[in-house]
Design a protein around this ligand. Structure first.
Ligand SMILES: Cc1ncc(COP(=O)(O)O)c(C=O)c1O
Length: 321
């Protein structure tokens, strides 16, 4: 098993940007809880260098492949992702000297394309109609045909391991009295890695997955009804799966900014909508939710400024995975 480099600085200086990944803040959202006896805390993964939790995943995938001798600087890597993983991987490839080909649906937001390009990634378009599943299929084909290494975050144990070693370990250290953990379901990496570590620490900690309603996509999250269950996902490790609508996710994304000053992406709105619902049903306790990414990549959708119906309509049509 490859070991990850934890965030480390020698005399306050990090030797490169990838060393700053992780060690994110845990912040109480005191105004959000509908129950005075339930604390809701946010783990701010938006603090990572490219602004999302996927910096942890991408670093873990690349370091694991390096440790297994599958890649070395100068090589090309291919990955199906339009979203945060692609951006994180592009940054890490830049720092470590790899070339990245990102396969993504043609209808992802322009901010994401720009971010991938600015880190030097080559973008390969897949048919927008088939969403992220289409990108997965095309990347698989190209990887086999061209003999290019594909980390494949959906099936690679190095993805959940990033959260076992990092995200969950930090939560346990910073908030040992955690009762409930809530995260969005994308590849399942965050939920699987955190569930394993949290339950080893205290089996009663409840692990809750946030899933979008089928046909009502929430950027970054995946409905298992859409026909692809990521191989790393073991549903047995989840205590509950709660569904959110895009509208509720947007509304909570706005509340996070208005009431708590937190500028987060829409999937975080879904997560904290679920956190408030759970708080209503609990007598007392502590809930930790994940702010998966910052809001920068969603500005063009008008989430914080435009009419709710227009925003919802635009988000339904643009895939941001
Ligand atoms: C914005 C956003 N939220 C949540 C997730 C879910 O994370 P995971 O893939 O670890 O399940 C993702 C995954 O890409 C994401 O991009």
């Amino acid at each position: 098993m490859a070991s990850l480099s934890p965030p480390s600085a020698v005399q306050g200086v990090f030797t490169d940007l990838t060393k700053t990944i992780g060690e994110t803040s845990l912040v109480e959202l005191s105004g959000l809880s509908p129950n005075p006896d339930v604390r809701i805390l946010a783990k701010l993964e938006s603090e990572n260098p490219t602004g999302s939790i996927k910096d942890r995943t991408a670093l873990s995938l690349i370091e694991d492949a390096e440790a297994r001798g599958l890649i070395s600087p100068g090589d090309t890597i291919i990955e199906p992702t339009s979203g945060n993983t692609g951006i994180a991987m592009a940054m890490i490839c830049r720092v470590r000297g790899y070339k990245l080909q990102a396969v993504m649906p043609e209808n992802v937001t322009e901010e994401r394309r720009q971010m991938l390009r600015l880190f030097g990634a080559q973008i390969i378009d897949s048919d927008g109609e088939f969403g992220s599943n289409g990108a997965v299929k095309l990347a698989r084909t190209l990887s086999a045909e061209r003999d290019i290494f594909m980390p494949f975050q959906y099936g690679n144990p190095a993805n959940p391991r990033a959260h076992y070693d990092g995200t969950a370990a930090e939560i346990i250290r910073d908030c040992p009295d955690i009762d409930v953990f809530v995260a969005g379901l994308g590849t399942g990496g965050t939920l699987m890695g955190c569930s394993q570590r949290l339950k080893e620490f205290r089996d009663e900690i409840e692990v809750v997955a946030v899933e979008p309603l089928q046909g009502d996509p929430v950027s970054g999250l995946r409905s298992l009804e859409d026909g692809f269950v990521p191989p790393i996902l073991d549903l047995e490790r989840l205590d509950r799966k709660l569904l959110v609508t895009n509208r509720d996710s947007i509304l909570m994304t706005r509340r996070l900014a208005e009431e708590e000053g937190i500028f987060a992406g829409v999937s975080s709105g879904g997560v904290f909508h679920v956190c408030t619902r759970l708080a209503e049903t609990m007598d007392s306790g502590t809930i930790v939710g994940i702010v998966c990414d910052g809001g920068w990549k969603y500005l063009s959708t008008g989430i914080w400024t435009d009419d709710l119906d227009d925003v919802e309509d635009l988000l339904d049509r643009s895939l941001s995975w």
